[in-house]
Ligand binder design. Structure first.
Ligand SMILES: *Cc1c(COP(=O)(O)O)cnc(C)c1O
Length: 343
């Protein structure tokens, strides 16, 4: 069976994103290296435009719209980072966007999305009641009546390829840092890569790049303990659907991986491990205190797995490990509450 994306799709996405997405920094921490015994390279997508890697996939998808599609615009359902990513990408590309969000979405997120739409009278946020209305039906109806193109948050080849550019950049940056090394020799590629998993868009793109450049690189996904649908799916050999998980990692509250992302995960990912909400809060605290960065709970999943040596991870001591920090969009009050819950 052929997979939805290949390495060339990611390099093509990187070319489309050039000059539009930020080349986010790769951060090191002597404290983290000492705690883990590894050499850790953090790809800081909390510094990406709109605050998360989601901009990469959304922009890559919208940039490939035909003239007719651009005219009509894009529609997305999301109360999270995908909403902001689509709204911002649409504005940059001069097309209208309609974002469908639940009525009880955080006011801050609704406001941020409307902010990205400002200046385009054709764009709007449509709120629905998640208890009485069917968002799929709302979306289909809108897509049909207005002729808009629906872009899903993860299960789309252009979205998956766009997200893979985060890993492509990380590997380039690690190689550049190595080239500055004292002996001037090329550094070995990373031994392992840790990536958070919601619907699997990010990890499918990143694993595609990792295994192409270095088939020996170990790629591990990280899910919240309460929402380990992908871990269950890998064990079962088919997509397992769970009830909406209760976790502070709101970006990974997906019920199932995608029809396109799961086969890529099955083929290329070495394993999935989980971390608890308490471990996430502890990791957010450490990243803030030691590295001075604000990371949202979902964004801390991969770092938490490494720092807590999550069961199922191989021994990563003396290894060169890439860790994707996926986003930094968290209400500051909530952030303060979470990091102060840590003893
Ligand atoms: C969407 C999101 C994820 C999960 O990404 P998938 O592609 O759905 O696996 C992780 N972290 C953040 C910050 C996100 O916004």
């Amino acid at each position: 069976m052929t997979l939805a994306i290949c390495f060339d799709d990611v390099t093509a996405a990187a070319a489309r994103l050039r000059g539009h997405a930020h080349r986010t920094p790769v951060l090191r921490s002597a404290t983290v290296d000492a705690l883990t015994g590894a050499q850790v390279f953090f790809k800081a997508e909390n510094f990406q435009r709109m605050g998360a890697f989601k901009f990469r996939g959304a922009f890559n998808a919208l940039a490939q719209f035909s003239e007719a599609q651009r005219e009509r615009g894009v529609i997305a359902f999301s109360s999270g980072n995908h909403a902001q990513a689509v709204a911002l990408s649409a504005r940059l590309l001069g097309m209208p966007s309609v974002i469908v969000m639940p009525q009880d979405a955080p006011a801050l997120k609704v406001a941020a999305t409307r902010g990205y739409q400002a200046g385009d009278a054709r764009s709007e946020v449509i709120l629905y009641d998640r208890y009485t209305q069917d968002r799929e039906a709302i979306g289909r109806e809108l897509a049909q009546s207005r002729g808009m193109t629906l872009i899903p948050p993860f299960d789309h080849p252009h979205v998956m390829a766009g997200q893979g550019t985060a890993a492509l950049e990380l590997f380039e940056q690690v190689a550049e840092q190595g080239a500055d090394g004292a002996d001037g020799h090329a550094v070995p590629p990373l031994d392992a890569l840790l990536v958070c998993v919601g619907g699997g868009g990010l990890i499918s793109g990143c694993a595609t790049v990792a295994k192409h450049l270095n088939p020996a690189m170990q790629v591990y996904g990280v899910e919240p303990e309460a929402g380990n649908d992908t871990q269950q799916s890998l064990a079962r050999g088919e997509i397992v659907r769970i009830a909406t998980p209760r976790t502070i990692a709101d970006g990974a509250q997906t019920e199932a991986s995608g029809q396109l992302t799961f086969p890529v995960i099955q083929a290329l990912v070495d394993g999935i491990v989980t971390v608890s909400d308490a471990e996430l809060a502890k990791t957010m605290h450490l990243l803030a205190e030691r590295m001075k960065i604000v990371v949202e709970p979902t964004g801390a999943l991969a770092a938490a797995a490494l720092l807590q040596a999550a069961p199922g991870l191989p021994d990563l001591r003396d290894q060169r490990v890439g860790v994707i920090i996926s986003g930094g969009n968290v209400d500051l009050q909530r952030f303060a509450q979470l990091v102060s819950s840590v003893a």
